[in-house]
Design a protein around this ligand. Structure first.
Ligand code: ADP
Ligand code: ADP
Ligand code: ZN
Length: 213
């Protein structure tokens, strides 16, 4: 399986990608998680990315393409992968083509999760994330067993610093302006599957599996 998830912030890319990756035995590669790790570790990349992420902007293409090229060259990604959060610009999509061109195996599939902006704002307001392992919860739709504690690793949960209203608005704007053209790009190559991302998490998962079958 070589799959790309496209969808606005908070559309459920991470939630669905994680389950799919576990079921299909391929790595879940989230550029957002990789960047947050770099910020937490205080690397050069993290220092460059932190203010951009906090404001809800996009990290420059050349940096992102470098990160993905490295990650996809690792052994575990040779048989397949699920990309969550990349490509976010047409430039990134074009460069990705070159990176996977020589790879054996399946063609890239692209899945777009459709969720309207009004629903996004509500989802993100109640999203809680684990700063240690990256697990994602929702206070109403997917709460942790114990209040504010990660089921997977026991760390305390946080609201992501960029999950505030002004950064969310900026991210939605960036999605419409820079990432929707990526969906159009894949549509023109007949690689795009569109899936309704609303409704219970399990139902969305079933829809995704059907559309990939
Ligand atoms: P969301 O959950 O809102 O979709 P992510 O966790 O995927 O967000 O990404 C968080 C932030 O990291 C983005 O707002 C952006 O600043 C940065 N980022 C992640 N992936 C990319 C990318 N492919 N290109 C540019 N910036 C990125
Ligand atoms: P993304 O990776 O696209 O930013 P997430 O997977 O982090 O999105 O989901 C955003 C928030 O919405 C999280 O709090 C998550 O638990 C919740 N969520 C995910 N899927 C659904 C769904 N189908 N219905 C309601 N809430 C959802
Ligand atoms: Zn955790």
């Amino acid at each position: 399986m070589k799959l790309i998830f496209i969808g606005p912030p908070g559309s459920g890319k991470g939630t669905q990608a994680q389950q799919l990756a576990a079921r299909h035995g391929v790595p879940h590669i989230s550029t957002g998680d990789m960047l947050r790790e770099a910020v937490a570790d205080g690397t050069e990349l993290g220092k460059k990315a932190a203010p951009i992420m906090a404001a809800g902007g996009l990290v420059p293409d050349d940096l992102m393409i470098g990160i993905i090229k490295d990650r996809l060259s690792r052994d575990d990604a040779h048989k397949g992968f699920i990309l969550d959060g990349f490509p976010r610009t047409v430039e990134q999509a074009e460069k990705l083509e070159g990176i996977v061109a020589g790879n054996e195996g399946e063609k890239l599939k692209v899945l777009q999760l459709l969720v309207p902006d009004e629903a996004i704002v509500k989802r993100i307001a109640l999203r809680r994330s684990c700063p240690q392992c990256g697990a994602v919860y929702h206070l109403e739709h997917n709460p942790p067993t114990k209040d504010n504690v990660c089921d997977r690793c026991g760390a305390g949960l946080i609201a992501r610093p960029d999950d505030n209203e002004s950064a969310v608005r900026k991210r939605l704007e960036a999605f419409h302006r820079q990432t929707l053209p990526v969906a159009t790009y894949y549509k023109s190559k007949s690689a795009l599957r569109e899936v309704d991302g609303q409704g219970p998490i399990d139902e969305v998962f079933e829809r995704i599996e059907k559309s990939l079958a």
